[in-house]
Design a protein around this ligand. Sequence first.
Ligand code: F6R
Length: 627
Amino acid sequence: MCGIVGAVGDLGPGQELVPSLVDGLRVLEYRGYDSAGVAVEIDGTLATCCRAGRLANLEESLAAEQLGPAASAASAGIGHTRWATHGPPTDGNAHPHMDSARRVAVVHNGIIENYAALRDELEAAGVTLVSDTDTEVLAHLVGSRLEAGEDLASAVAGTLRRARGYYAVAFISPSCPGLIVCARKGPPLALATWAADDSGRGAGAYLASDVLGLLPHGRQVVYLEDGDLALLEAGRVEVRGLDGKVRRREACTVEWEAEDAGLGDWPHYMLKEIHEQPDVLAQTTFERIREEAGDVVFEGNQWSDESLAGIERVQVIACGTALHAGIIGAYMVEELARVPVDVDFASEFRYRDPVLAPGTLALAVSQSGETADTLAALRLAQELGGRGGAICNVVGSTLVREVEEVILTHAGPEIGVASTKAFTAQVAAAFLLSLRLGRARGALAARTARELLGELRGLRPCMERLLSGGLLEEIRACAARFGESKGFLFLGRGVNYPVALEGALKLKEIAYVHAEGYPAGEMKHGPIALVEPGMTILAINSPGRVAEKVRSNIEQVKARGGEVISVGADAASHAIADAVLAVPECPELLSPLLNVVPLQLFAYEVARLKGCDIDKPRNLAKSVTVE
Ligand code: F6R
C-alpha cells in the first residue's frame, strides 16, 4: 500500500542515485502502481519528476531528462510508488510533494487523518495547495518550520506531532544536503547503512518500505518502530523519538537474497511462485519434523510443552488469503489437538466487542506481518488477555516483533499481488502447530503423528508431479472451455471449504470475474438458485468423511444444468463431472495443500486468456497497511 524509498551517499561502483531509486521502486511496485515519482537534492535545489500510471511512465520521463542534466550529481533522493487513497491517480497527486518554496520534498505511505483541518489552517495562512492528497500538508508544515529556522529533523518531528493517522514518511531538503529524515507510525520502514568498503564502494544508506528494496544494498537491516524518527546519512543512522530523545535500534540480518526477488525466465511472479510451492513446503516443514518422535520442534524451543500448557482456546485472526489458511488451520487444530478454535476477519474482530476466554492463543496469520487490520486485531486480543502468536513470512516485521511466539513460513519473498506460495506455507505451518499442540496436550498419539508427518513429507514430490505433468494442459483446456462462463461457484466441504474460498478469491482478484466460494452443503440454502446452463461449478473433493456428501452436491448441480469441474482426488466425483482436474490422493486433512494448486493455475490461465495484468491486478495492493 504505497512503497517509499530513499538513498544517500555511494550506492556502489557505477550506481547512480536516481536509477537506484527507480530500481527500489520497481521492487516495491507491487505495493501500489497508480503513480510513481522521485525527488532529488542537487546543488542546493530540489528537482522532482512524477508520473501517473506505472513506473515505466516515470522511467520514460527520466530518460527524457526531466530531472535535468545534473541529476547524476544528486546527493540524496526519495521515491514513491502509489496506491491512491486521497485523490485520483494523476501526475499532480503523485508523490513526492513539496512546499510552495521548494524547501522540502516528502514521500508518504499511510493516511493523515486530520489533513482536512491542517489544510484549512494552511489555506487560512495563505498557502496554496496544489494536490488532492492528504500528504501535501506535511510538506507545507515542514517547509514553514524550516523557514522559521528549525533544522529538518526538528521540523519533521514538530509536524508529525500534529499529524493524526498513520505514516511511513521520508523528507529531503536542500537546507540539509546528504540527509534524509524518515519516520514511522504504522506502515513499515526499514533502513540499511554501510561504511566505505574494500570493493571501492563509499559510505551510503538506503531506506525502503520493506526489506526487498534493501536487498541489493545489504542484509543488515534496521526496522524502525512506531514513533521512531531517523536521521539517515551516508554510513550512519540515528534513531530518535518525536521528542528528540535518542533510541537504540539493533540491526538484524535478513535471510533473503536479492535473486529470490527476481522474475528469472518466468512470465509472471504469480506463476513463478506457484511453481516454488514444492520447495516452500519443504522449507517450511522439513527441518522441523522429528519423524521418529512423531513430533515437531520449532526454533528457539518456541511452542514447547510448557508454553502450550495453558492454551485452552485459539482465536485465529487474519485477512484475505491468510484468513483462508487460518480457517484450514482451525480444522487442523480441532482435529489433531481437540482445542476449540474461533476464526475471524481481523477487520471485524477489531470493531466488535470480542470476548476472549482465559487461556486463549490469539493466532495472527499474515504473509507480510504488516497488514493494518491484522495488527490492530492482534493488539486488541492481547489487551483482552490473549497470548499473541503468529504465522508469518517476514522476519523482523511488525507482527513478528509484537508476538510472544512465531512460526516463520520460509516461503521467501512473495511479489505477485495474488498470494499463492505464502498460502501453502501458512497451511503447512498451521499443520505443524496443530500437530505440536496435539502432542503437547496428549490428544494425538505418536503413531498417528508419525504417519501424518510421513504423508506431509510425501506431498513435495506429489506437488512437483502436479506442476510438471499433464495437469497444466487440462487446466489450459478448462480455462479455454469455461473461462467465459457467466459465473463461477466454488464448492468445498470440511477442510476443503476454505480451499473453495481461496479458489474463488484468486479468480476474482486476477481475472476480474464473479466467483463465489461456498460450503457445498450450504448451496441448497440459496446459491443453488444461480445454477443454470452457463454457470461453472468447481467442486473440490477428496476422499474422506464428506466425499459422498459433496458427490451429492455435484449431482444436484448437474440436475440443474450447471457444468462441473471436479477438483481433487475423489475418483467418483471425477466420474460424474464435465471436466476433471485430478490431484494425487493424500490424507483429507492435508488435501488443501494439493487441491489449491489447480485452482491457482486455473485463475492464472483464465486471467492470461483475458489479457489481465496478472501480477498487478487493478485496484489491489499487496501489503494493506491502511484500514
Ligand atoms: C490475496 C491476498 C490478500 C492477502 C491479505 C493479507 O491473494 O494476497 O488477500 O492475503 O491482504 O495479507 P497478509 O498475509 O500480508 O496479512
